[in-house]
Design a protein around this ligand. Structure first.
Ligand code: GLU
Length: 480
């Protein structure tokens, strides 16, 4: 069966990890079955709407390669895909539901609803709309309309019975209709609520699978009743488990959840984040943890999504990112580091062609230690800066007794090398250690401090070799 799935975010804030997982699973199912993946913007809550959020959602999906077949910007047979541009469709459906007897206009004022609620609370009764307007006579309704009273449209809940549906992840779920309110489907300003717009669009856009977070389970009954009132059978629902932080509390800003953009800025590779997010709740039941995009497409299944919470483990994400960085070809890795080096002001934009080989040899020295691309500038800055900044420990090394003299001797020895091969560099420094009869550290430590400004880093000979003769000598003389 070709799945038509949708990611239907409300653009009210930056794209976070949880939503991205919903989008990913929906995308995987569509790609696996040769169906379509839709992006639909549920922007009918105009008070909470945020244009920046819309950009963040689209950018995050694009960054991860989750392309949508229908939706904003790409169009499609059911355009528009932005709900605020579809108001007449919802209004017409609301009218139809009223005409069928599945919905009714409610003229109750906010004041009346507040008083009703307060009275219910005082009497320790469940709160909810008392259905006053459901029972208005035709005359009363006509009088309210003639008086121009503002109204909302409410769904007329069946008084009894229940709704059972088979969730693709959780199995059968039943809700008693009697527990539900006559929920509002159209607001007085003519905007639909989520409870009308989403199920109606799911019908119109021929969605076959609704994949979303478990916080939406309680909406499923309303969605299903509304879908049936519209004359359709509901699609398949799959409610994804919660994502918890390492502290086993719901993932939130406080325990590590961040906007997808933050992961991008930190230098996680999109293919790694995709792999990592896929595993937040889904597993084939094997030990495999590293998946390519193609493997995920072929192996993903809703049946293998668990119904217990997934734990977001950033240590694992770092580990996966480091593995991917080490497995990458050097030229690819250097290319990916370039924007980070540019953002840190270490290299020009665009990169001069003759600089590329140098960048590659610098990155080659750090490939083993790099976990996130955004660490590259910090780790490699000394290769690019003309004016070196020495950290405190390095400063101590170059100011130690006898250091200046050693640095000057090292500069002489390196200056005398016939060529600047790695071997020549190594033998020049080792020669110096030998002729002076000192421990290697007595030369290596001050030299490292002088040319890199720090006391830790990649191998000294490799570093000097990459840095080049002129720059190495300049730095040694500078410090001596
Ligand atoms: N607009 C809803 C949200 O923000 C969509 C829920 C659903 O997928 O039905 O998540």
């Amino acid at each position: 069966m070709k799945a038509r799935t949708r990611y239907a975010p409300s653009p009210t804030g930056p794209q976070h990890i949880g939503g991205l997982r919903t989008a990913l699973y929906s995308w995987l199912l569509a790609r696996q079955t040769g169906g379509q993946f839709l992006l639909r913007l549920e922007d009918t809550d105009r008070e909470r709407y945020d244009a920046e959020s819309e950009r963040s959602i689209k950018n995050s999906l694009r960054w991860l390669g989750l392309d949508w077949d229908e939706g904003p910007e790409v169009g499609g047979p059911h355009a528009p895909y932005t709900q605020s541009e579809r108001l007449p469709i919802y209004q017409e459906a609301a009218e139809r539901l009223i005409a069928q007897g599945n919905a009714y206009r409610c003229y109750c004022t906010k004041q009346r609803l507040d008083e009703m609620r307060a009275a219910q609370q005082a009497a320790k009764l469940p709160t909810g709309y008392d259905r006053k307007c459901r029972n208005l006579t035709a005359e009363e309704r006509a009088a309210n309309e003639a008086a121009g009273l503002p109204s909302v449209v409410r769904f007329a809940m069946p008084a009894d019975g229940s709704v059972t549906f088979t969730d693709a992840i959780r199995g059968d779920i039943t809700f008693e209709n009697g527990l539900l309110d006559d929920f509002v489907i159209l607001k007085s300003d003519g905007y639909p609520t989520y409870q009308l717009a989403a199920p109606l669009d799911d019908v119109l856009m021929e969605i076959t699978h609704i994949i979303r977070g478990e916080e939406w389970i309680s909406s499923a009954t309303k969605n299903i009743l509304l879908t049936r009132a519209l004359g359709h059978e509901p699609p398949i629902y799959a409610h994804l488990p919660l994502i918890l932080g390492p502290d086993k509390k719901k993932l939130s800003k406080r325990n590590g959840d961040a906007a997808v953009k933050d992961y991008q800025d930190a230098g996680y590779l999109p293919e790694v984040l995709l792999n990592f997010i896929a595993l937040l709740g889904w597993s084939e039941g094997t030990d495999q943890e590293l998946y390519t995009r193609e493997e995920l497409i072929s192996k993903f299944s809703l049946e293998n999504v668990t119904n217990h919470p997934a734990v977001f483990d950033v240590v694992k994400l770092d580990w996966m990112n480091g593995l991917a960085i080490r497995a990458m070809s050097l030229s690819e890795l250097a290319k990916r580091c370039v924007p980070y080096l540019q953002a840190a002001g270490l290299i020009p934009d665009p990169v001069p062609a003759e600089m590329l080989a140098y960048i590659e040899s610098v990155i080659a020295l750090e490939q083993e230690r790099l976990h996130k691309l955004a660490d590259a500038p910090e780790m490699t800055a000394f290769f690019f800066k003309h004016d070196l900044e020495w950290d405190d420990k390095a400063l101590k090394k170059v100011q130690a007794d006898g250091a200046k003299e050693i640095l000057s001797a090292a500069a002489d020895a390196l200056e005398a090398t016939a060529d600047w091969s790695f071997e020549s560099v190594e033998s020049a420094v080792r020669g110096l250690i030998e002729t002076r009869g000192v421990k290697p550290g007595e030369v290596i430590h001050p030299v490292r401090a002088a040319v890199t400004g720090r006391t830790v880093g990649p191998g000294l000979f490799e570093t000097i070799h990459v840095l080049g003769k002129a720059e190495t000598i300049r730095r040694l003389r500078n410090a001596s």
